[in-house]
Design a protein around this ligand. Sequence first.
Ligand code: ARG
Length: 511
Amino acid sequence: MCNCIISGAVVAKLLTSVHAEPQGFGMQSEILQRLRRGRVLVEYSSPNIAKKFHAGHLRSTIIGNFIANLKEALGNDVIRVNYLGDWGMQFGLLGAGFQRLGSQEKLRENALQHLFEVYVQVNREAEQDESVRLAAAEFFRRLEQHDQQALLLWQQFREISVKEYRRVYERLGIHFNHYSGESFHQSKIQDVLTSLQTQGLLKTTEKGTGVVDLSEAGDMSSYCTVLRSDGTSLYITRDIAAAVDRKEMFSFDEMIYVTDKSQSGHFWQLFQILRMLGHSWAKRCVHVPFGLVQGMSTRSGDVVFLEDVLDEARNRMLQNMHQTRTSKELSDPALTAEQIGISALIVQDFKGPLISDYKFNWDQVLQAQGDTGVFLQYTHARLCSLLRTQASVSHTHFDPCHLQDTRSLSTLQHLLRYVSYLLRAALGGLTRACIPRYDEVLLQSALELQPRYLVNFLITLCHLVSSAHRDLSVKGSALSVAQARLHLFSCTCSVLASGMRLLGITPVQKM
Ligand code: ARG
């Protein structure tokens, strides 16, 4: 019997289970099996066509992707939806403005940029000129009445924008099952209004708008406008219709919306109205709010397009890599720089509670030392490099007694969680019960829909395994010692990589 601090059998069991299932490690854990599973619709990103793609949209994109990844890994059937801002008065302005200011050629060359320019220009004009405002309102009215010509132009704007977006999301490693949008649920809007009416929930104000009373006392001290006086719909009206439509189309068990916290009131109203309409499933609709990011800009100024942020992250990272000359043997340094740059953005964003605001700073985000995405990638790449150079040493069989030094033990302890004495007593008889900590971290992330537990777990793991890597040589050690260490490094590398993937990060093998 070996005199081990952590039982050799436990170490062997842990590392063997990681080794056997590098991707799914932790997922099969008993504590995760108890979570409810079902069909989950996650709506995220949802930019507005012709408007800025601001830092809030970037946050929604990466947070939503993480939630979708996590839900999927936990065995749910996940539907990823992008709900574009593709309807509303901005299309009135855009439609009215495009006839004078737009160019088909520029639209083909760079759709997002051109539509944005036209929109900014026509907005400026509308501020001064009543006739521009009237023309915009008229164009939107035509759209809502399905005027063929107006619809054709709108459709072109939408299609070209979606195509562009798809391309940029791909750089982020993000995809959607459905590109829906505010325009999608028009036929449902009338049904929703009719239901509100027949249930006596729709009131007409003196100004001629349609409202729903949300006050407890029924005294209109709090209400929500769902119909303009000219009969056109609003953002909330379209959201009510979209929710009802989605329930019918996808029969989801849970629906998650990811937007900044300024929309919390909107979602509260939405869920409230759905409940008033008798949709009991509204209690399984969740809004995940996040805080604001200040100061995210690129060398060319404020962030307007997602692509600019990705370019900036890639270019800055590439420059850092040239300076430290780490990029010499890479086959595609720009791609690696982009993947590292994106992971830096993600880790920075996920480190704290999502609801907190934060100040953005490129230098801080891209630091190689410190708790950054660059550090995660660097640690992962170094482990990969070690495993490549030691590929000839088979370590499927190893003796856990060689992992009783402080460095190995701290890493192992981070991967393990001993069921406390108390709990053991309560469970009775489970004297050696011990389960991986990774699954606990996943559980907490899933219950709270917060990535910080996983991020911080991975950062600590990186610190521990870096020290172990520095102090525990593989090369030159006796074969049995080398095998045990390699096994530990290889398993840690797997846990790190699968955690990173859940976060939406592509782990790089070299950097
Ligand atoms: N397009 C909206 C915006 O940029 C976000 C949409 C959020 N989702 C929703 N179902 N309302 O603010």
